[in-house]
Design a binder for this molecule. Structure first.
Ligand code: NOJ
Length: 737
């Protein structure tokens, strides 16, 4: 057995290898491993090469030049004293050269296998450049669509996020993360980043323990269970303690409770920012606090290399602590096949372009959610229309449809909706394209006239509107989440033509569409669907594919309703129905109690525009025969819930069946509904299937104040159906032990 195989063969051998390396390394070489630096181009290559040679660098971020990677890895292996290769990190968030739909869009597919396939293709494409580490999945539960990073999330639900996060990790890493066509995944941002106050990025979060344990932490725990190699801290401060200096999160929870033994990287200069937050006095203090809290690697800040050696020499931080941090990084590198493995000697190839595009197309198709379809406006019969007006500023924008986080995305791979529709209708019908507005943000209505004329002279108008890529993503938050610019007016102007109006919204967040929804005969929410958004949309519009996506986030009617999510608490004064009071109608001097004393907004009620889990199809599904094999069970038993789903329409299509529970009485109030299981399956017209779910005490339990995970005996409601408003109901009583 050669050395490589010996050290990769068992955990014990890995730990021995780490001990041996640590014995041989100097303090500077150790802190060098904790240092991630930025690639600054070939101009800065020599200086970087010197640092790598001297063991002053553990990782390089944003390097995708294979020649440079090879040169640096060769120096690291052959010229540095211990031959420890580099982690090469890059944000491969939803695709690499081939761009997959945004994570939020992928979440609309509720299809873990597909999410895994997207990550697999992305990993294969990225690995060719020498990248061996990505900063994904982002599994921050996101309940505020003002926050631009909702685009990068899997939405509002802890369970859906957990399942899809695990699938994405599997796609990047596979079961063999030492294989050369994999990249290490990173669960980020630990933790609670999605709860930034007011939807403003980087803002403080105030998350009480109950909310932290039951909403924000579960996806991260699931990521550990899925074998994620690395974690990234959040920029935010939680209850007054910034995440990069948060010992409770990074040590007590992550290491001690969850036994995570991979590595933790800070976010970009987030150790330095401990000073800006006002937690640390200076950079020396920040390095000390972060290292003691449990951050293993400093992303770009350079504070660990600059200060940990002297902090260690003066005894302010122990060598044992430094060894733990370095050990976590070495362990990660060994598992990735970098140290002693032969990964770096094997060059891989990109997956076939057609394979990558086929996955991107399937993902874009399954990501779309049909929100409205009055009188079966969709699908369009391509042989029955002679002319179609393609309107809107998003119809032909190859770069914008890719969305945020596409450093390496090739916009020349994008097929736009205009391209795809033109090719479907070629020789059959006229396509008249008018953008109507120059960008989604334009207020200049000069182009309206031509757009209206085009719509008026065609059989049907399809409007591609929404948000350009720059309006969502990191630091790109909006207070008013309605359609930007004069797009709502464009929709109304087209409506005036009397022609069928089909809306396609391409955006990085749920938009508040309460004021325009009635203007559409049909509405498809396509998010930013990536390279193959156009063909996917053409397939759906012309019925070559059937919409199957369901919302992973609740859609508000107006911006002021956010945060809005289905898993809210009941309150002591729940609203009776969707009561909305137009404040202009309130009589002067009306008694204070006359409007009702419940938990609603006078002018918006409390109902969303579209609920979590919602999505229409070109067929219909009916649910019946909800059955539970027992109405009482002990903690050791398991209940089997079944329901029949039948496709009562005329098209073969996929339905996503969802199971929700409610813990009726608990000492810590529980949400009015919680998703606990889902199943996606295809049914032919007339076909029915019995869907079966198992409920164990795990699905009934929640985290209590003392951190324990237990179910309280008592009654639980159970619903099964096609969205979070499912009304087929049964119940289960958990008996006292
Ligand atoms: C900052 C972002 O918050 C994080 O998600 C990303 O991975 C890093 N920058 C690296 O680019």
């Amino acid at each position: 057995m050669d050395m490589a195989n010996e050290y990769n063969s068992s955990e014990m051998a890995i730990e021995e290898r780490i001990r041996n390396l640590l014995t041989e390394m100097t303090l500077e070489e150790k802190t060098g491993q904790l240092n991630q630096v930025q690639w600054n181009g070939w101009e800065a290559f020599d200086a970087l090469a010197d640092d790598v040679r001297a063991g002053r660098v553990g990782s390089v971020i944003n390097l995708v030049d294979r020649a440079a990677v090879d040169a640096l890895q060769t120096i690291a292996r052959q010229e540095s004293r211990h031959g420890i290769p580099l982690l090469i990190g890059r944000d491969v968030i939803h695709g690499f050269h081939t761009v997959m739909p945004l994570p939020l869009a992928q979440a609309s597919s509720w299809n873990p296998e597909l999410v895994r396939d997207c990550a697999r293709i992305s990993a294969q494409e990225a690995a060719v450049t020498g990248v061996n580490w990505t900063f994904a999945p982002m599994i921050d539960v996101s309940r505020d669509p003002r926050w631009g990073r909702v685009a990068e999330s899997f939405g509002e639900d802890p369970y859906l996020t957990s399942v899809l996060g695990a699938a994405m990790i599997d796609g990047y890493q596979t079961s063999d993360p030492a294989s050369p066509d994999t990249i290490l995944a990173c669960a980020k941002h630990f933790a609670g980043y999605g709860a930034s106050e007011g939807g403003r990025d980087y803002n403080s979060t105030n998350i009480p323990p109950n909310e932290m344990r039951n909403v924000h932490l579960p996806p991260f725990k699931a990521a550990v269970e899925a074998g994620v190699a690395t974690f990234m801290t959040s920029f935010g401060d939680i209850d007054g303690v910034p995440a990069s200096g948060n010992e409770w999160l990074l040590t007590d929870v992550l290491r001690e409770e969850w036994s995570f033994d991979g590595m933790v990287v800070s976010d970009w200069e987030s150790i330095t920012q401990l000073c800006t937050h006002g937690m640390c006095e200076d950079e020396v203090d920040a390095a000390l606090v972060a290292a003691q809290a449990g951050v293993d690697m400093d992303m770009v800040g350079g504070l660990y290399s600059a200060h940990l050696p002297h902090l260690c020499e003066s005894g302010e931080i122990s060598m044992d602590r430094i060894d733990q941090l370095v050990g976590n990084i070495l362990r990660t590198k060994i598992r990735a096949g970098l140290i002693d493995g032969d990964r770096l000697d094997q060059h891989t190839e990109e997956p076939a372009r057609l394979t990558a595009l086929a996955v991107a197309r399937q993902a874009a198709t399954e990501s779309c959610v049909l929100l409205r379809n009055e009188k079966d406006t969709l699908p369009l019969a391509s042989d029955q229309i002679s002319s179609l007006a393609v309107i809107g500023p998003m119809a032909n924008e190859p770069a914008e449809q890719m969305g945020t986080w596409v450093f390496d995305g090739k916009s020349e791979r994008s097929v736009t909706p205009l391209d795809a529709i033109t090719s479907v209708l070629e020789g059959q019908a006229e396509v008249d394209f008018e953008p109507g507005l120059e960008t989604t943000r334009s207020h200049d209505k000069t182009l309206f006239t031509r757009a209206v004329e085009a719509a008026a002279s065609c059989d049907v108008a399809v409007l591609f509107i929404g948000e350009e890529a720059i309006l969502s993503g990191e630091a790109h938050c909006r207070a008013d989440i309605t359609l930007p610019g004069a797009q709502a007016d464009l929709v109304r102007a087209i409506r005036q033509t009397g022609k069928p109006v089909i809306g396609v919204i391409m955006a990085g967040r749920p938009l508040a569409l309460g004021d325009v929804i009635e203007e559409f005969d049909a509405l498809v929410y396509a998010w930013h669907g990536g390279s193959m958004s156009g063909p996917a949309l053409a397939d759906l519009l012309f019925g070559r594919a059937v919409p199957s996506g369901k919302l992973p986030v609740t859609f508000p009617k107006v911006s002021g309703q956010v945060p809005i999510y289905y898993g809210h608490k009941n309150t002591g004064r729940p609203p009776e129905a969707d009561k909305v009071i137009h404040i202009d109608d309130i009589e002067k001097g009306a008694p204070q109690t006359s409007l009702g004393m419940t938990s609603f907004l006078l002018d918006a009620g409390y109902e969303p525009l579209f609920p979590f889990g919602f999505g229409l199809s070109y067929t219909q599904f009916a649910y019946s025969d909800l059955h539970i094999d027992r109405h009482e069970m002990t903690e050791k038993e398991m209940a089997i819930v079944t329901a029949t789903v039948i496709n009562t329409g005329t098209r073969t299509a996929s339905e996503i069946t969802q199971l929700y529970i409610r813990d009726r009485v608990a000492r810590i109030t529980r949400p009015v509904r919680e998703l606990k299981a889902f199943r996606r399956q295809e049914l032919a017209p007339g076909e029915s299937v019995q869907v079966e779910f198992q409920l164990s005490v795990n699905e009934l339990a929640y985290y209590h104040r003392d951190g324990s995970f237990q179910a309280e005996p008592g009654d639980f409601d159970i619903w099964v159906g096609g969205d979070s408003r499912a009304d087929l109901h049964t119940s289960l009583r958990l008996l006292k032990a």
